[in-house]
Ligand binder design. Sequence first.
Ligand code: SF4
Ligand code: SF4
Length: 177
Amino acid sequence: MNWKTTFRKLTRIPLGFYTVLQQTLRKPVTVQYPEQTRPMVPRFRGRHHLKRYDNGLERCIGCALCAAACPADAIYVEAGENTNDARFSPGERYSQTYEINMLRCIFCGYCEDACPTNAIVLEPIEFPTGYSREAMIYTKSMLLESPPINVPATPQVTEPGKFDRSIVPFPPIDQQA
Ligand code: SF4
Ligand code: SF4
């Protein structure tokens, strides 16, 4: 080893220390997610909600069109039968099981577009987080919104013939009072 190689190697050591010191003093660019979050852009729609009508009945009729439209195969729907003594939604069927795997969801909004009753809606809240795969499967009880104040939840006892049709005329959600 000649003196030039030795000199080059010796200068590398202080240079390495300098680089480490420089990086140590820099402000971190990482965010301690999920404890810390960055504000999302206002247009972000990241959390699904299952909506109700004003009378407390669920809009979801268990048709699974959202599941068929989902490109990520993230939605699982199992329908149950409504009766007048235990009615969850207008029409024959309701969603007995409704799950969304948020690890698969790509937030495309196709489920919203496919829904014939405006039941599934994405809303702007913080990005969903969880520490396990199971925690990232959102169940119906997590997705279904509460009934309006002083309105009974589902199942309801309803008058025969009053809610025979699954699709009832309704104003779009953003035009409701
Ligand atoms: S937003 Fe898109 S990917 Fe997510 S559940 Fe709906 S259809 Fe599937
Ligand atoms: S959310 Fe809409 S499309 Fe999906 S099962 Fe319910 S009614 Fe059908």
